[in-house]
Design a protein around this ligand. Structure first.
Ligand code: SF4
Length: 474
């Protein structure tokens, strides 16, 4: 239904939304336990306690199987099938992933909690520090092919991991809007009740704002690092600020016309020496345009590519331009109930966790990388990468290629990388890049904050603060 003027139905919808926001705020500040409401926390604490004592994966799986029916029964009192089964799988998968992380397991029975996908490997911009910068391309610094993701490949990956994962982040090094099928991909992710985020420069001429608003997208990151063209293009080379702002207007207008409060629009501003003075004016522009959040971000250092582009010391953080914008996420948690892939979810729910044998060792300790247990990354050609690092001829970061079969999260390279950290193998010539990596090993694309946001959107009363702490603490 297109909403041009305020109909009776529209007024009712807005009243419901108002109630949704109040409900979210109420549950944020008043724990359900205070008024005798049911929450997930007692079942989650029991699982957590039991898993802490497991010395082998077999024991951990027994714990999960024991609690599967109990968790699902609790959820069925609040969610219809197959949403209850999907949430059960996602919760138990997080518990199992954390068990494997703490045990420093090399082979995992858990699936990725989050999936990072490049719908397109191409980008029309040439920002310093990126695989697409002029210097990177001229010197062939990275091993990066131009390509667009096919629906078949994405569909196979989501069938495999979608029932267990809580979210997809559509963007790594390519511009996702260059693949015209991206709105379809987002809708596909929603068939597994996943949270969906996309990051874009919006500097594209062919842009169907309505398709993105209707796709079920939850969150859209708009990368705009300037308020005037000369400043903006110092970093966003080949970018056209007028085109970008025109596309922001199209998005805001489509949300209004279609009566949707999602995607939440977040203007992200990478703060450098050359653009920091434009932060206040950009924040005012964002508010005037109807963007929901303005975020100042500490950029990664790109001086190796262009010494003139230097990071600056500013206060990073989010300014909420519309306080209720994230309170609207619950209405988008399951936007297409009739489109949910009930068959795949039911099959996953009925399958035992230990379908394949796992080589297991007693839990070890010591440093490891969170990426190897929480997220998986696939580029548009199907290459599986362990994190957001870009493959280079001298950096072994392609862990396998996904053609629709197998379990890429347990490829030989993945097992080698995890074993290296657990001390079971040492580095050799063919070792994955992980053995000499000095990047951040803790912050993943879909981790603690996204887990909290996801379950809060599903049911803010049932997933109270204690439940969210139990689910998102690593
Ligand atoms: S160790 Fe480094 S290269 Fe390996 S997954 Fe972690 S961040 Fe990526």
């Amino acid at each position: 239904m297109r909403v041009g003027s305020m109909t009776e139905a529209g007024i009712r919808l807005n009243q419901l939304r108002g109630w949704g926001m109040l409900s979210l705020l109420f549950h944020h500040f008043v724990p359900a336990s205070l008024y005798g409401g049911q929450t997930a926390s007692s079942a989650l604490s029991k699982i957590d306690r039991e898993l802490r004592h497991c010395r082998h994966a077999d024991a951990a799986l027994t714990v999960l199987d024991t609690f599967k029916a109990e968790v699902c029964a609790l959820l069925r009192s609040r969610f219809a099938s197959p949403a209850a089964e999907a949430l059960t799988l996602k919760i138990l998968n997080i518990c199992l992933a954390r068990y494997h992380f703490k045990a420093r397991s090399a082979s995992l029975l858990s699936r990725p909690i989050g999936i990072v996908i490049d719908p397109s490997n191409m980008c029309q911009l040439a920002c310093p520090g990126c695989v697409h910068s002029t210097r990177s391309e001229t010197l062939k610094l990275f091993d990066w092919n131009k390509s667009a993701l096919s629906e078949d490949r994405l569909s196979a990956l989501l069938k495999l991991y979608g029932p267990y994962a809580i979210g997809v982040y559509f963007c790594n090094y390519g511009e996702p809007l260059l693949n015209l099928a991206t709105p379809k991909f987002i809708r596909l992710a929603k068939t597994y009740l996943m949270g969906t985020t996309l990051s874009t420069t919006l500097s594209v001429r062919r842009f169907d704002a309505d398709a993105y608003v209707e796709s079920g997208l939850d969150f859209m990151v708009l990368s705009i690092d300037g308020a005037t063209q000369p400043v903006y293009e110092r970093f966003r080379r080949n970018g056209d600020l007028e085109l970008v702002l025109g596309n922001v207007r199209k998005l805001v207008d489509a949300k209004r016309r279609l009566g949707k409060r999602t995607p939440v629009l977040s203007w992200n501003f990478l703060a450098f020496e050359h653009n920091a003075h434009e932060i206040p004016v950009a924040a005012r522009m964002a508010r005037k345009l109807g963007v929901n959040q303005f975020r100042v971000v500490d950029p990664f250092d790109v001086r190796w590519d262009d010494p003139q582009i230097r990071p600056v010391e500013v206060k990073a953080g989010v300014r909420r331009l519309d306080w209720f914008s994230t309170a609207n996420l619950p209405e988008n948690w399951n936007p297409f109930p009739e489109g949910v892939d009930a068959h795949t979810i039911a099959r996953a729910y009925e399958s035992p966790w230990n379908e394949r044998p796992i080589s297991d060792a007693p839990p070890s300790s010591g440093h490891t990388c969170h990426w190897l247990y929480q997220n998986i990354v696939m580029d548009a050609t199907g290459r599986i990468l362990p994190c957001c690092g870009a493959p280079r001829p001298d950096a072994n970061l392609v862990f396998s290629t996904f053609d629709g079969g197998g379990d890429p999260f347990n490829s030989e390279k993945y097992r080698q990388a995890r074993s290296y950290f657990s001390g079971a193998v040492s580095a050799s010539d063919g070792s994955p890049y992980c053995t000499r990596c000095e990047w951040d090993h803790v912050t993943v694309n879909i981790g603690g904050p996204e887990i909290r946001r996801y379950f809060r959107a599903a049911d803010p009363a049932f997933f109270d603060r204690r439940s969210l702490r139990l689910l998102s603490g690593w």
